[in-house]
Design a protein around this ligand. Sequence first.
Ligand code: TXA
Ligand code: MG
Length: 323
Amino acid sequence: MRIWCLADILPESEALSRAVELLREGAAIAIPTETVYGLAADATNGEAVARIYETKGRPQFNPLIAHVADIAMAERIADFNPLARRLADAFWPGPLTLVLPHRAGSGIHPLVTAGLDTIAVRCPRAFGARVIAALDRPVAAPSANSSGRISGTTAQAVAADLGARIPLIVDGGPTPVGLESTIVKVSDDGIALLRPGGIAAEEIERVAGLPLARGAKGVQAPGMLASHYAPSAHMRLNVTQVEPGEALLAFGPRRVGGAEKAVALRNLSESGDLREAATNLFSHLLALDSSGAATIAVEPVPLEGLGEAINDRLARAAAPRDS
Ligand code: TXA
Ligand code: MG
């Protein structure tokens, strides 16, 4: 059976201007990087980032890597201490991702970081860096595969998996590294290995002059990230009535009872659009949390499509905390 492929597949040499145009329009497209193909979108555009999760299917709002064209672009979105700078100088462009403190006012949409105060940054080689430089904005890109499949390392593999769902696949041939970047978290306490990958840990230790802390848990499963976003307010989900003093996170055109008494109100999507709701989720939660209300009441959000990930994140934000 022939797989219906909507995507144009263009060689790198012909793809640059089309890729930039689509990224500017908010599309998610597949681009080659030296590690694996990435499903790329403008990291400053919430709808574009939501489209990444939607395209991958059974979405989980795992925080994404912000890809940059060079160190200067990275320094606009993340704070580099001297150690982070040394690692970037040694390994960029290349398969090393640095998790660093996220700079205020970076312009990165909160859906990229899933509300964390750190950001994962990587500078890819070759076409990846060129397309980001031409766009002049960071690009969010998880591996270009639907959820539960292995990462695409050829344009053909990406086409077979995602070809019906994206407008463009840039064909750079088989990716040279073939597995994802090594992820290390750098802080003033040292460095921790979050995910082994394209650069060996020993090489990083040699440049850092420090051992990598290991056993940092949960980078693959976002909900297990120790620092996963949780508001300081209590959360009450699937409410049918707003209680006095509560802030309200609404969804859709119709309000629950007592909404007019909410001390603060944000609507994830007036029209009930789940992609728009995903785009707004983290920023609205932050806004309601900063209203000072002790409790954020949340209207029901349907479970279909991106609603699954939205409900997953809401449940995590509402879960009891032990610290
Ligand atoms: O080689 C790669 O890194 C590829 C290419 C496309 O660049 N990208 C990639 O992205 O593998 P992805 O989304 O499949 O994996 C990114 C990992 C996830 O496990 C995520 O949890 C972690 O990075 N991550 C992102 N931001 C983080 C943060 N602030 N703190 C800890 N982990 C983070
Ligand atoms: Mg992946």
